[in-house]
Design a protein. Structure first.
Length: 184
């Protein structure tokens, strides 16, 4: 059984600008991860994070339709030690898949995010569910709807409690899911 995350986020920016925010190293380094490599073409690769920091997410683009759709694989890899050694992980053999669809709306763009292929009720499922909510639903949204100076001020105020907030939300999502599952 696999878990699927589905999110819809409306952002006050046109689809071309939203697509650019998901496919350019400069934008991704600003709103998502300081360390980002990307070649946004079918068959191209992306990589976020650094082994020496303990984690890397990476994948390959399956479909790139500018300003409309991105489909790519997603692997999460944990590392430990010096030099960093990769820890075994379910996604090494079974990467999940992300489909981002961009649709023009009255206010700008509706992003539909479908992230599928997680082991159901796994820690990775919940952390990605919260990740899309926070990173795309809050950080990307603020990044695209405000000036760079406003974003920088806002983001510097968010960073201190970010990990604590993330973990708290993961626990809340797990609790909600377990109670819904048990009520069936």
């Amino acid at each position: 059984m696999t878990g699927t995350i589905i999110r819809k986020i409306e952002i006050s920016a046109d689809p071309a600008r939203v697509f650019e925010a998901f496919t350019t190293k400069k934008d991704l380094a600003k709103w998502l991860s300081e360390y980002y490599e990307i070649t946004p073409v079918a068959g191209g690769k992306w990589k976020m994070g650094r082994e020496e920091d303990g984690w890397v997410s990476k994948g390959r683009f399956l479909e790139v339709n500018p300003n409309e759709k991105l489909v790519y694989t997603w692997q999460v890899n944990g590392f430990e030690g010096k030099p960093p050694v990769e820890k075994p992980n379910w996604s090494n053999e079974n990467p999940s898949k992300v489909t981002l669809t961009l649709a023009k709306s009255e206010k700008g763009t509706v992003i539909t995010i479908v992230h599928e292929g997680f082991p159901e009720r796994s820690e990775d499922y919940y952390s990605h569910e919260v990740g899309w909510e926070l990173q795309a639903g809050e950080v990307l949204k603020y990044y695209l709807e405000h000036s760079e100076n406003e974003f920088d001020k806002w983001w510097s105020g968010q960073k201190d409690g970010w990990d604590t907030r993330w973990q708290k939300m993961v626990e809340e999502h797990k609790t909600e899911d377990i109670s819904q599952y048990n009520s069936r």
